[in-house]
Design a protein around this ligand. Structure first.
Ligand code: GLA
Length: 671
């Protein structure tokens, strides 16, 4: 069982059998005859779950106060008859034209003052009181109409909140920011102290004087910037809660969520914070076709989604069957890649696999985005693979509800991502994700699972904890990490961690203030490396990006910098702490150095790969509360691979031979 905190599974799973399968369904684009054909094709594909009505407001309420629910009644009734469950959307992700015409003040305003107009989607500010009033109106109308509908399993609130625009700078947004600050600080002097406004004459006499951090002659106050990021994430969730209140009022028994965009590219929303208001975590993930290691980025997204879900199974609400339409060059997925992608998400905790969208549009912005039913219809590679995936997922029903097993925690914090990348730092090359993703990559390549864990969440049960560039950390989180070491975990803390507190105030007396005692080191001065240069290390390796003048103060020096002006200064240290150990890494090792370090850390913490396997095989294990376990082996290589696991292979229903063919997937129910 994963050490992630355990609690009751979200209610939505009760109404879905096995691993749920489907996608976004936008039937309003099609005549009734096509919608009837859809039902036949859905049956053939094994579809069980659809998101409906995400962008339907304009047709559901074509003029203010007049509703046309006829087409949606027909669609939902037919889906219910076919046994398909629905995540019904609030339809609020694209305001109708009449609303924009009547109330242009709902439109988003960017930092440079540009008003973003209609004709696309997501053209509203979440702080707009008018928009909230109309959005709760259509939400209530939908909830009242469909509250007892047998197809309704989940509310899909809005869509990808924060997509396209995640920060809003209009007058109403500024007022909401000021109100948020007033609630946070209580009085203006507390804000002045937190933002350090004694510097550069930035003192405020009242909250009324404060603006969002827009265009300015030089760098803006970092406290103001960090708080604006916090506010912006909060305001989207606050808008979500406004719609949720209506849904709870009308349908208290129906769970609700919104689809997140957890990936290496989505920084603006603190999804650990958002998770508190979602009944189940749902994520959308799209591969970057040009990334030769895209399966590793997928694993990063899926693992982080599971972390946000607190280890619970989650919904893959959208991915693509093949090409998207929004990258510069939209390569299709290779044969078998869609199955590998889908089962990789399941391997990392998804209990539902869904796509954007069911049927490929013939008009509109996304007509060249792949779908489950492509332009070519039923007799196509994509539809055959869609049918094959549906059959595969049916065979994986026993996996439903099991948890991904992992003994490695990678500490992850959106606030650290934000704060560490605000301007005026020692080096622009310190990017929050870089070191963290290199460690995750190394673990992926070895078949070792890692959970992403918020710094304040329990670390109990993890043998190895990686803390990468956790620039800002609260006292409580630093104590949480230290206690994991005392209780027996091996902890690794990297450079530029524990430097400031949650107010972005430097912890004085030698870096890294929050972890100095735990690590037994004190850093006197940073020596970030110039672009492209490296630092030689005494173990024969090299460091990138960063070096610094470390003094060992109780820690053992494992390797040192060897060159002027840091010759002899520690680069990697280790200190025994209670039943565990705390390592400190003062540079960004190259890939070989990362591999050597991960070897040592896994060895010391006694963490092994899920199974022995040839290179190129992705491995995870999911385990049920009763101890039954499933090994997922995904062969990303173009040669057959051996995997040492014994049991029944669920996709074939036969005894596992120990071989996974090139490009194939095996799911082994272990003996
Ligand atoms: C997002 C949206 C979908 C669709 C896809 C295309 O995930 O939620 O409506 O636009 O992107 O990739």
């Amino acid at each position: 069982m994963s050490p992630q905190e355990q609690s009751a599974p979200p209610a939505v799973w009760k109404s879905l059998d096995g691993i749920a399968y489907g996608g976004d369904y936008n039937p309003e684009q099609w005549p009734v005859s096509t919608r009837l054909e859809d039902l036949e094709l859905m049956k053939e594909a094994g579809v069980t779950f659809l998101s409906v009505g995400i962008f339907s407001w304009g047709l559901l309420e074509p003029t203010e106060g007049t509703y046309d629910f006829g087409w949606l009644d027909e669609v939902l009734d037919n889906l219910a008859t076919s046994g398909i469950k629905v995540a019904l959307a609030t339809a609020t992700a694209a305001p109708p034209a009449w609303l924009v015409r009547k109330h242009p003040e709902i439109l988003p305003v960017t930092a440079d003052g540009t008003v973003l107009g209609p004709g696309s989607r997501r053209h509203y500010s979440p702080s707009s009181a008018v928009y909230r009033r109309y959005a709760t109106g259509i939400t209530r109308a939908l909830a009242e109409r469909y509250k007892d509908h047998p197809a309704l399993a989940l509310w899909h609130v809005d869509n990808e909140l924060g997509c396209h625009v995640s920060e809003f700078y209009g007058d109403e947004d500024a007022a909401a920011f000021r109100a948020w600050l007033e609630r946070r600080y209580g009085n203006i002097e507390a804000l002045n102290a937190s933002w350090g406004t004694a510097f550069w004459s930035q003192h405020y006499a009242s909250f009324e004087e404060i603006l969002p951090p827009g265009a300015a002659p030089s760098t803006l106050n970092p406290g103001q910037q960090l708080d604006f990021q916090r506010f912006s994430s909060w305001s989207l969730m606050d808008y979500y809660r406004t719609l949720l209140e209506v849904l709870r009022d009308v349908t208290p028994g129906v769970p609700a969520t919104t689809n997140l965009m957890v990936s290496s590219a989505t920084k603006s929303m603190d999804y650990f914070d958002w998770a508190k208001d979602l009944d189940v975590i749902a994520n959308d993930h799209y591969l970057v076709a040009a990334d030769p290691e895209r399966q590793i980025e997928l694993a990063f997204s899926a693992d982080l989604t599971r972390g946000v879900a607190g280890g619970h199974p989650w919904i893959l609400m959208e991915h693509s069957t093949s090409a998207v339409n929004w990258q510069p060059r939209n390569q299709p997925k290779m044969p078998g890649e869609m199955l590998r992608n889908s089962l990789a998400h399941v391997a990392r905790g998804a209990d539902a696999v869904m796509f954007f969208q069911w049927r490929q549009s013939f008009a509109g912005s996304e007509k060249f985005h792949s779908a489950m039913v492509p332009h070519g219809g039923r007799e196509t590679r994509i539809f055959r693979e869609v049918v094959g995936l549906g059959a595969a997922l049916q065979k994986l029903a026993p996996v439903k509800g099991s948890r991904v097993e992992s003994r490695v925690a990678v500490v992850f914090d959106y606030e650290a991502w934000w704060a560490s990348e605000i301007d005026s730092k020692p080096s622009v090359d310190v990017r929050y994700l870089d070191l963290l993703r290199d460690f995750h990559r190394s673990l992926f390549l070895r078949g070792v699972s890692a959970d992403f864990v918020h710094p304040s969440a329990s670390l109990a049960g993890y043998a190895l904890v990686l803390v990468c560039t956790l620039y800002n950390v609260t006292d409580a989180a630093a104590a949480n990490i230290a206690s994991a070491a005392r209780e027996g975990a091996t902890i690794l803390v990297s450079y530029f961690s524990g430097i400031v507190d949650e107010q972005d105030h430097v912890r004085l007396g030698g870096y890294p203030g929050a972890f100095r005692d735990l690590l037994g080191v004190s850093v006197e001065e940073f020596y970030p490396l110039l672009a492209g240069s490296t630092a030689k290390l005494s173990d024969g390796g090299v460091g990138r990006v960063w070096s610094e003048h470390v003094h060992a103060a109780g820690a053992e020096v494992v390797s040192a910098f060897t060159e002027y002006p840091l010759e002899g200064a520690p680069a990697l240290t280790r200190r025994s702490v209670g039943a565990g150990a705390a390592w400190y890494l003062a540079t960004f090792p190259d890939r070989d150095g990362i591999e050597a370090l991960v070897d040592r850390l896994l060895d010391e913490s006694g963490v092994a790969a899920v199974a022995g396997a040839d290179q190129g095989v992705e491995l995870t294990r999911r385990r049920n509360a009763d101890g039954t376990s499933f090994v997922f082996a995904i062969n990303h290589s173009r040669t057959d691979a051996t995997v040492r696991v014994a049991g029944t292979e669920l996709l074939s229903g036969e005894r596992f031979t120990g071989m996974v063919p090139a490009g194939a997937v095996a799911v082994v129910a272990e003996d």
